[in-house]
Design a protein around this ligand. Structure first.
Ligand code: HEM
Length: 221
């Protein structure tokens, strides 16, 4: 009576089904009859369906790299403002820098942070499991604090003063240049995924799709 066995153990069938729906079932070997339950030691499975993960990743990368682009434009405008004597041109650069630096960057920074948090917490990556993710989180927050407490204030000052002082413009260019270096570093971290796992990430877990593409030399993984 094979059907009585399945009646006695209805749970495994349901959990395997949800794993398949989530795209986390490891294949035929995970058939409920042979692997009735994922052992707790195997850790939590990825919670975000694969197509959602890809869609959010696409959005995250678009917004994050867009942020890099805006900082490049800001830096160029700052340098133009510093190097020209044309008062009209200087004024125009200040107005555009203010719009980009106050209105747009805040939205972009928040969107990058929120999509990054979603990707990290709803997938195998984990928020505090890999050093490169923790570092990007710190970079993102540091850039937002710098933008909120310093950059926005200086940009307003620069836009209000018809002709900003050279030291204020220089201060802005240095600050924007530093932000750009930090953002490019965050992008490189996302691609190289260096430094391995944190202590929390070293706990037993299913094979992660979040680590470096090529494991370090000598590693059997
Ligand atoms: C500081 C600005 C940021 C930039 C420029 C940035 C850039 C990127 C890029 C280019 C990728 C694609 C990497 C790849 O698929 O090879 C990526 C993926 C990712 N990012 Fe960010 N990111 C930023 C902030 C964050 C933050 C704050 C978090 C989390 C707290 C985060 C978490 C992630 C995660 C989990 C992935 C997916 C990795 C994977 O699934 O392979 N990012 N990011």
């Amino acid at each position: 009576m094979t059907h009585t066995a399945s009646k006695k153990h209805p749970e495994p069938v349901a959990s395997a089904g949800s794993a398949v729906r989530q795209g986390t079932a490891p294949g035929p070997a995970a058939h409920p009859a042979t692997h009735p339950r994922t052992p707790p030691a195997a850790g939590r499975v990825r919670r975000l369906p694969r197509r959602w993960r890809k869609a959010i990743l696409t959005f995250h990368v678009t917004v994050a790299v867009g942020w890099v682009g805006i900082e490049i434009v800001q830096l160029l405008l700052g340098l133009i403002g510093l190097s020209t004597d044309d008062a009209g041109l200087v004024r125009a650069t200040h107005v555009v820098m203010e719009i980009l630096g106050i209105e747009l960057i805040a939205v972009i920074a928040w969107t990058t942070l929120l999509t990054g948090l979603l990707l990290a917490t709803a997938t195998q990556c984990g928020l505090l499991k890999q050093y490169w993710i923790v570092t990007k989180l710190v970079v993102n927050i540091a850039l937002m604090l710098n933008g909120h407490f310093f950059l926005q204030h200086w940009l307003r000052q620069q836009a209000e003063a018809g002709k900003a002082t050279e030291s204020l413009s220089l201060q802005l260019v240095i600050s924007i240049g530093t932000a750009l270096v930090m953002l490019v570093s965050a992008t490189a971290l996302s691609v190289y995924k260096p430094w391995g796992k944190t202590r929390r990430g070293r706990r037993p877990a299913p094979k992660s799709s979040c680590g470096p593409a090529h494991p370090p030399h000598g590693s059997s993984v």
